[in-house]
Design a protein around this ligand. Structure first.
Ligand code: UT7
Length: 322
């Protein structure tokens, strides 16, 4: 019997042209290319131009995804944008994307789950499409994350970058084994002091800067991610051996390797862009997904497992077939 499913029609990405290398950073704080590469795998990150805002990056990624999907902007009736670095406090950055794209119908709103944001946005859009509320969704992760960095804090400023990625999700009645299969999203508000921004509209009236106890986050990341992955696999009849590609949040090469090892996933199934993009928070998963689709590693029919962990704590996993 056919059921209503959310099908991934296409992916897209946008990276600002300016690149900041580890050597550039070593002139700003007491760090080195050797330390950053050894502890994180990061070689460089992209930085948005001064006149670029998050919705500019998101719009560029969305246009790329629509072109690759062969879907017209007129068909889009839902935009769910995951971001921690909105253009303004309100309205939602997704509505700026809606206006820039010229989308005239439906709804657009933001989702805030920091580095896990894209998986929360996918789960939200998938549920709304399956319920029949909308038919064609742009799910976007976009960040100008470097705007909330303390450039004198070597423990955080070397880790993050800017960018955007997007997928076009479309509802379809089908009995084919395609589209979004399962997702699991969770948060634990008691751990917010380990990764947060020390400012906000109603607290300090300032934007604030990222603060992180990196080694504590690292410890929780591997445990929470592994548990979320177990949940999505348990919901299905699929096993780790069925996974064609692992597209994790790109925080640290050591976390990627640790999770892959714990799962028994061979390294050649892991998509890693952390070396070239750094941690782009909500943008990292769709950027990595698009990279591997564009270079033809991930193809139609492939089963993809994704996961993320971020501030909140928030974490999750998603399973989908292209
Ligand atoms: O995406 C959201 C979720 N975020 C994450 O998943 C991040 C998770 N955490 C991490 O990726 C790692 O914890 C870091 C890469 C942030 C740090 O690596 P670590 O191996 O956990 O290092 P550490 O924080 O335990 O620090 C070890 C040493 C310290 O020096 P002492 O106290 O041992 O003398 C730090 O001060 O490394 C020092 N350090 C640095 N040294 C050179 C910290 N940052 C730097 C730096 N360059 N950039």
């Amino acid at each position: 019997m056919s059921t209503r499913k959310s099908i991934i029609r296409g992916t897209g990405a946008y990276l600002p042209s300016r690149i900041l290398s580890n050597d550039d950073l070593s002139k700003m704080v007491d760090t080195s290319d050797e330390w950053i590469q050894e502890r994180t795998g990061i070689k460089q990150r992209h930085i948005a131009a001064e006149d670029q805002v998050t919705s500019d990056l998101a719009t560029a990624a969305a246009l790329d995804a629509l072109k690759n999907a062969g879907v017209s902007v007129d068909d889009v009736d839902l935009i769910v944008l995951a971001t921690t670095t909105p253009d303004q406090t309100f309205p939602a950055t997704a509505t700026a994307v809606q206006a820039k794209l010229g989308v005239k119908s439906g709804a657009a709103f933001d989702v805030q789950a920091v580095c896990s944001g894209f998986l929360f946005a996918m789960a939200t859009a998938d549920s709304m499409l399956k319920q029949g509320l909308f038919s064609t969704a742009l799910v976007i992760g976009a960040e100008t994350f470097t705007r909330i960095l303390d450039w004198s804090d070597r423990g955080t400023c070397v880790l993050f970058g800017d960018g955007a990625g997007a997928v076009v999700l479309q509802a379809e009645e089908t009995d084919d084994d395609v589209g979004v299969i399962a997702h699991h999203i969770r948060t634990d508000g008691t751990k917010s002091d380990l990764l947060y921004v020390d400012g906000g509209v109603s607290s300090t009236g300032t934007i604030g800067h990222v603060r992180m106890q990196g080694n504590q986050v690292f410890r929780h990341a591997v445990t929470n991610i592994s548990s979320a992955i177990k949940h999505v696999l348990d919901e299905t009849e699929l096993t780790i051996e069925d996974i064609d590609w692992f597209v994790p949040h790109q925080a640290n090469q050591r976390i990627l390797n640790g999770v892959a090892k714990k799962l028994g996933l061979p390294e050649d199934k892991v998509v890693s862009t952390v070396a070239l993009h750094g941690n782009t928070s909500a943008a990292s998963i769709p950027l990595a997904l698009h990279t591997a689709v564009a270079d033809k590693r991930i193809n139609k029919g492939d089963l993809v497992l994704s996961e993320a962990m971020g501030g909140g704590f928030s974490w999750g996993a998603s399973l989908f077939r292209l």
